[in-house]
Design a protein around this ligand. Structure first.
Ligand SMILES: [Cu+2]
Length: 440
């Protein structure tokens, strides 16, 4: 794995406790959350939160079908909990306040689950998220299949943005404006580093795993206008590569790309975030980093024309079983709330194991909201009545202003409390979320 861009950070305690022992058939990690000096660039640090002294936290390398055990210790001055974003795990391991007591300072909690799907996932705090995730409490989790698609190389790019104040510290939360728009930052980061330079050898094609860990920023990713291929989304491969010059990642979203080959040694391409106006946020092109094309290397990469077959989850005319409305309400006490079905922190009806769910997610507001379902993948059946361009397996989907996205998902036998919410962290915090139970 060629990861040319690593975050550098140090921790005051000097601990770096990545232990990984594959004795028998368990992959084990130890994670410790604590305060860190997060080095955004040489000579430029902020006081943040990290796992094992770094931002992002260590890349967790799991294996499809092999038990994963993560012993987590909280060394923060506040309670926290870790959510394993996109993993189809037992409810009790989902890492939210509705399935476990928050992990208090000094406490340890061990997460145990067996990842059933290969793909690109991530983990992040699910407590006081608008502060803890902004401060750096996130990391990537890769689940590898027994036989992986290996191109000439692989890179992981975790996008984030951070808002710093005049003195260079992480800015204080911006009150009502940030609650409304979500917090976007002035510092653009890949793998915790401000505008890094990645490299790729001329003539080679790499597999890129991309995660958007931003609180609110939609990353409309482009690589200097060059064509790349989309090969996967949240839940792994799509059916066939899609050639594209840009791809949109709302907060929480992932894509996998085949990038290259680039022919000109020495060329420097911009890793850009194109304008995306969601009634808030950036309006111009912003740079997240660059890719330098280095000396030519031989290539053995072959991107298959068929990546996998995805059987449709539901017939096109399957009846809708539930409508979820994403709304906005004025409030005397708080100014306004973001709500689900007209209610903050909505308690939705249970769903039954084995009963196909077809949900209309209706956005009644004027802004975009990235809808995230915990613990289960869905297929997007339609967007405003139109079929998506290609079939994919998702746990995040953007719901545009005044738009309806129809999703289908199947509750397999993992009963317990689950949730769905807007992945703009400030909207989630102001109420745009719901709990529901999966029952047998
Ligand atoms: Cu939202």
């Amino acid at each position: 794995m060629a990861n040319h861009c690593g975050a550098m950070a140090t921790t005051t305690a000097g601990v770096n406790q990545v232990t990984r022992s594959e004795g028998g058939d368990v992959v084990r990690y130890r994670l410790e959350a604590g305060e860190v000096d997060w080095q955004l660039a040489p000579g430029r640090s902020v006081r943040g939160y990290g796992f094992n002294g770094q931002v992002p936290g260590p890349v967790i390398e799991a294996k499809q079908g092999v038990p994963l055990e993560i012993e987590f210790t909280n060394r923060l001055p506040e309670p926290t909990v870790i959510h394993w974003h996109g993993l189809r795990l037992p409810a009790a391991m989902d890492g939210t306040e509705s399935v476990q007591r928050l992990v208090q300072p000094g406490e340890t909690f061990t997460y145990r689950f067996t990842p059933p799907d290969a793909g690109t996932f991530w983990y992040h705090s699910h407590a006081n998220e608008t502060e803890q995730v902004e401060k750096g409490l996130y990391g990537a989790l890769i689940v590898r299949a027994a036989e992986e698609l290996a191109l000439d190389g692989e890179q992981l790019l975790v996008f984030d943005d951070l808002r710093t104040d005049k003195s260079g510290r992480i800015a204080k939360f911006g009150g009502l404006m940030d609650r409304h728009n979500g917090r976007e930052g002035n510092v653009r980061l890949i793998n915790g580093t401000s505008e890094p330079e990645l490299t790729i050898a001329a003539g080679q094609t790499e597999r890129w795993r991309v995660v958007n860990a931003s609180s609110a920023r939609y990353v409309r990713l482009a690589l200097g206008g060059r064509t790349f291929q989309i090969i996967g989304t949240d839940g792994g491969f799509i059916e066939a590569p899609i050639a594209a010059t840009e791809v949109l990642l709302p907060p929480g979203d992932r894509v996998e790309l085949a990038v290259g080959p680039f022919e000109n040694e020495g060329e420097v391409l911009r890793i850009e975030d194109l304008p995306y106006y969601r009634m808030a946020g950036k309006k111009g092109v912003e740079r997240f980093g660059t890719i330098r094309v280095t000396s030519r290397q031989p290539s053995t990469a072959r991107v298959p024309s068929r990546l996998r077959e995805l059987a449709p989850l539901a017939a096109d005319d399957a009846p809708v079983t539930r409508t979820v409305t994403l709304g906005f309400k004025m409030s005397l006490r708080r100014g306004f709330d973001f709500v689900v079905n007209h209610e903050r922190h909505h308690h939705d009806q249970p769903v039954r194991v084995g009963e196909l769910q077809v949900w209309d997610v209706v956005n009644e507001t004027q802004m975009d909201h990235p809808f995230h379902l915990h613990g289960f993948f869905f297929e997007v059946i339609s967007v405003d009545g139109r079929k998506p361009a290609f079939r994919s397996i998702e746990d995040v989907v953007n719901v545009g202003p005044k738009s309806t996205v129809r999703i289908a998902w199947y509750p397999d036998d993992r009963p317990g409390m689950w949730m769905y919410h807007c992945h703009i962290l400030e909207h989630h915090a102001s109420g745009m979320m719901a709990h529901f139970e999966v029952v047998r």
